[in-house]
Design a protein around this ligand. Sequence first.
Ligand code: SIN
Length: 574
Amino acid sequence: MTRFAPTRAANARESAPIATGTDANRITLATRLAAPEPGWDVETDVVVVGSGIAGLTTALHISRQSALRVLLVTKDVIAAGSTRWAQGGIAAALGAGDSPEEHFADTMLAGAGVCDETAVRALVREGPAAVRELAQMGARFDRSRDGQLSLTREGGHRRDRIAHAGGDATGAEIIRALVTRVLDATDVSVIEHALVLDLIRADDGSVAGLTLHVMGEGQRDGVGAVRARAVVLATGGFGQVYASTTNPSVSTGDGVAAALRAGAVVRDLEFVQFHPTVAWLGSRSRGQQPLVSEAVRGEGAFLVDDAGERFMPGQHELADLAPRDVVAKAILRRMFETGAEHVWLDARDFGAEKWRVRFPTIYETLLSLGIDPVRELIPVVPACHHASGGVRTDLLGESSLRGLFGCGETACTGVHGANRLASNSLLEGLVFGHRIAETIIARLGEPAPPPRAPVVAARGALLDESARPELQQLMSRDVGVLRDEKGLTLAAESLTELSRRGTGVPGTETWETTNLLSVAAALVQAARMRDETRGTHWRDDHPERDDEHWRGHLDTTLAADGTLTTTYVAIGSS
Ligand code: SIN
């Protein structure tokens, strides 16, 4: 790895106040933005944005298989990001008796009728080899005494097929292994503390690089341009749109927002998955919350209400291991019925030894919160966890804009449909990271100079960071697991109000808050339009799944005048 030291530059001009409007179906972000003027400029063949499993896999694979120059930029340090928080593991048909066909069936069922079958087939077929390769690259998965991978089960899986590491520290181990490889790769340059701002478009409409804001020592507000022949957005999800989430603070939807501003299609943003079991912290339930992995239920723990009564048996044949939309809704219903602020997870049967060996991270976290799961029930509530939608990509990982790729949680490849199957997300980053790398290698061939495209003003605006908590609270209140037209309209209006709050000074916080606004607005618009209940998207006023009218996707674009347009695309018509 080459650590990159851009020269000092600043020059982002202040943007004008935002005027936002909403009618019955559309939100308009009518904005005027002064584009940041790059004070420095670099060239590469491929720029990868983000250092989770998706970004690192793509960068490594390109560097291992070609002579192309790769620049990896990441908002925090290279080892930060969502992947390292992943507990449960990575799903693949690796066990005796399991098969990609069975993994396919479980994924399609969880996805509630809107998965892309071809994408799911690619995921489950290429998954086992990709996981084995990850192990060869140094990821130390947990194994039984005979050296076989230890596999567990999570919600919606009918087989034990979740490979894990360090008990419940799978993401951290994968990141350790991949970062070690990237640091060893001489042809991958890295810029840390770099927030992607906007995409650069060439005359032919293709994407030819990006601008970013580097927050290095002495380089705060340093805006630069990276000229590249291919751009891969792998910035993770947008959990910070909500007040309470398992996602780290960096998950502010930067890639999705930049893609929207550049004119790319984003798909199915309304399908936000809420993890059923996040430790309830009472008045501290704000921001990133401690996850209690589904694997804990996979190993036998179960949910009970205040009266100690189990409520999942009878709701679904898999009871406590039903797909997580089913479990999250059942928990919320029980909370509403009983007036409780949370339900409980009972894992006392594990005993201290099992907690220590199998779930050391969760055990330590719970103990630090004053909860001893060996003797006590764990208070849990659902919280925002994963975006099934994102930048629409094809089977090669390319977006609607040539030269722009999306990978991992940033993308909507179609593998998750309306509800991601547990532990399929790390696998998606791995499999599609490979696919994107291969596509880029085949297309670009040898290193060459990128096109010299002008950096032009992007749509969007810099919203003052003081708007962020209110945005998060209104999204949690009105656009959570349970939604209706009234709440969604209120959310659209509240976002409008919020966006008039005034313009922030250009900087990371204002760019992030602006990104959260753009993503939230697109999400709310799609959620208002989808008059049905499907997967993670639950409408109290339209409680049935409506395949006749809604078995398809919602594609959203941001037009030049700032209007978000959402279009329904029936399955089979695109
Ligand atoms: C978990 O460990 O429960 C989370 C796994 C996932 O979201 O895929």
